[in-house]
Write a protein that binds this ligand. Structure first.
Ligand code: ATP
Length: 324
């Protein structure tokens, strides 16, 4: 068989799906640990320069997916490409172009923050300035602190700096702001926005719905290793249409009656005394609702009009029971 024929033979259906301008392609990827299938025929693409958030309950398969894209795990079936490359077979070409912010931060406990960053900077052709980076992540005053003495939040910020020191085209961030205080979280979000402005592609996993909603161009929700939703945050939450009225009142109101109001589509008591009514005609619903409440002499303590939140959707799609 000639080299040319081999190339043609390799260009089968699945590799056609992989040949794309996308920064990341996941093509019908599956991965099991023993009999436990944790990623199940997963497919999605991430376009260059976008922030893509992967959401899912504990154990949904997010880290396994990200680690496969980073080249640390091989898929059992299906395939992945990152910047057009196979992360394992072509890892040597891929690694200098990507940054990885790991969940665990146990690196080099005896080195100082600056020493670790300098060490990593040495691996790259065009690293960023270590001191500028320390300042950007708020670690200048901790630059001489040994890693084992850094606080949890400082370790996360060092992990962020390590992901960025090689001036990457694409960054993987596994729960980037977990364990950070609100100030560090704001700084991290600003850094992510800056990276996006520079055209860097970012794939992040998070349990924080507001993080995904604020930062991501696209959000994928996975559960039991399968893709169950993928869209822009605005499309997922229906932000274009304010179609939900929430109010707080005494518990136990008759939701069947509320749902029967002419402009209501659906009514439920989501928590004790906290109600939600969906409607396509909010002004009419407000008149009907306040009339209904006045006729029954019921007092409101809060009334809000808005759209569904990503958290509402997430819980609706993945259920509310706690995962292992
Ligand atoms: N090396 C491994 N050997 C066996 N099982 C594993 C291994 N790594 C992960 N798992 C299991 O695979 C499943 C998916 O794990 P994964 O870490 O990908 O989920 P996740 O969505 O990132 O979860 P979390 O939100 O809790 O970080 C879990 O049930 C986990 O226990």
């Amino acid at each position: 068989m000639s080299a040319n024929t081999q190339t043609t033979a390799y260009t089968d259906e699945s590799s056609q799906a992989l040949s794309s301008d996308a920064a990341i392609v996941v093509n019908t990827m599956s991965k099991s640990y023993g009999s436990n299938c944790v990623v199940d025929q997963l497919s999605f693409k991430v376009q260059p320069g976008e922030v893509f958030a992967l959401l899912g309950p504990n154990g949904a398969g997010k880290t396994t997916t990200v680690e496969t894209l980073e080249g640390y795990r091989a898929p059992d079936t299906g395939s992945v490409r990152v910047l057009g490359l196979d992360p394992i077979r072509e890892g040597h070409a891929l690694k200098p172009r990507i940054g990885v912010m790991l969940q665990q931060d146990g690196l080099y406990p005896a080195l100082t923050a600056r020493e670790v960053l300098q060490l990593f900077a040495g691996y790259y052709a065009q690293p960023l300035s270590v001191d500028t980076l320390l300042e950007r992540v708020g670690l200048t005053s901790a630059a001489k602190t040994r890693c084992r003495r850094l606080s949890g939040g400082q370790k996360r910020r060092l992990a962020l700096a390590l992901a960025l020191v090689g001036n990457p085209e694409l960054v993987f961030m596994d729960e980037p702001t977990a364990g950070m205080d609100p100030q560090a979280r704001q700084v991290t979000w600003e850094i992510i926005r800056e990276l996006k402005r520079k055209g860097v592609t970012i794939l992040l996993t998070t349990h924080l719905m507001d993080e995904a909603e604020r930062l991501a161009d696209h959000v994928a929700i996975i559960d039991h290793g399968q893709l169950i939703a993928l869209d822009t945050p605005a499309n997922l939450t229906g932000t274009q249409n304010a179609n939900i009225v929430r109010f707080v009142a005494p518990e136990g109101l008759d939701c069947q009656q509320l749902a029967a109001l002419p402009s209501a589509r659906k009514a439920e008591e989501v928590r004790a005394g906290s109600y939600l009514i969906e409607s396509e005609a909010i002004p009419s619903l407000l008149v009907e609702l306040t009339t209904w409440l006045r006729e029954r002499n019921i007092t409101l303590s809060e009334l809000r009009v808005g759209h569904g939140s990503l958290e509402d959707l997430f819980l609706r799609l993945t259920g509310s029971e706690v995962r292992d």
